[in-house]
Design a protein around this ligand. Sequence first.
Ligand SMILES: [Zn+2]
Ligand SMILES: [Zn+2]
Length: 238
Amino acid sequence: MIVRALLDILFPPLCHLCRAPIPGAEKLHLCPACLARAKPIGSPLCTVCGVPFATEGGIDHRCGDCIVSPPPYEGARAAYLFEGPVQELVHRFKYGHKAHLRRPLALLAAERLSSFVAESASDLIIPVPLHRSRLRERGFNQAILMGELLARRWRIPLHRATLGRVRATAPQVGLTSAQRRENIRGAFAVPSPAAVAGRRVLLLDDVFTTGSTIAECALVLRKAGAAAVHAATVARTP
Ligand SMILES: [Zn+2]
Ligand SMILES: [Zn+2]
């Protein structure tokens, strides 16, 4: 520990984003300036899909969309808005092949979502799967990499292969929310329903955009007999 402290003084860790040295850095390795630009999501928000409301103050309640058509999951929460430093971290992590960035992302999620995850009383964590063609081009599944760290932190077992991606889908970018739902339909399957039957599942992904991927996963898991499905993501598009 003394050696470590000395090393930190001589060679302070650098911020993952701007490379500024951070003396006395905690595990996160983001400098105060970068961290200050990140926007955590807090109340008031929708108790189901977790969309933050623009109003100042006020209590959490169901949003109009969740009242009109309740999603197939019990609750979804994201730690931060998908913009600024969080968006940059996710992009570098996924498209820049910087697998080590799973650590700051997992830490950001762990810090903000621990009480939601505890209240969900989930029995297992299921990372949203990638189709093998996407996996080949990226080299890793970002949700599994973060899930490995978060499973340890939250003390919930990680199930890497319980939910499978059976169909490759076109990228969701640029599609309307109805097109996204159509695009993702039938993309997932649970090969052994006994693994989820009667159990409470926590889905994990990096970004919640319209929620169509999370909703489709939740639907398939519920059909396989899951007792409840919650979803946690690091970020959510504003
Ligand atoms: Zn920085
Ligand atoms: Zn909602």
